[in-house]
Design a protein around this ligand. Sequence first.
Ligand code: ATP
Length: 214
Amino acid sequence: MRVGIFGGTFDPVHLGHMIIAEQVMVELRLDHVMFVPGGIPPHKEASSVRATAEDRYAMVEAAVMGNESFSADRVEVDAGRAMHSVETVGILKERAPEDEWFFVTGADEVSNLLSWKEPDRLLEEVVMVAATRPGYDLSKLDHLEAGLRNFDRIFPVECTRVDISATGIRRRMLQGKSIRYLVPEAVREIIIERRLYERDAKRAEGEQLREEIR
Ligand code: ATP
């Protein structure tokens, strides 16, 4: 089996994520892509993550539902702490060491690879897939070559560029704007049901904002 690990904060998971998972899977003939929502990621400010790990996991679970090639994995959520990718990959690979493992990431994240924990060891364990993202030219990966022994284990994949970010979705929510068609519908329902990403003051206003968004 060829398995992709797609790690992220997924705060929330959105169609940009779904599109790269699908296109990388097809391009690299992966059998399966595992979405792995993180605890608080080591490189992000804890305060910038808005939804709880359980809410982010629930959204990912809803997003992958109905696609047998995708799954959601709890390894980082259950750890309840920040985990470096090299650690996560080690745990997941133990389940099926004979499989071929790929790590799916946006090219913007890959360009910071030198600041990740043990990037060369990570590249020994997995092929790193750098999916294109609007605003991130693949030439921005060139500087990595000098810093990594295993640079040739980074594999760029040209994906349809979709300018959707979790930050943008959270901002739209705060502004009371629609996020329909930016996230899978089942994810939008969770966001509204659980009142994720609403401004505290707005929450106090009760149903009004929810009605506007619906
Ligand atoms: P935030 O805006 O909060 O930083 P995000 O939209 O980048 O979040 P993450 O959960 O941090 O979402 O992303 C997980 C992975 O998906 C990262 O490797 C990121 O580069 C990639 N990614 C996210 N959105 C896109 C997109 N629109 N196109 C390509 N890659 C993306």
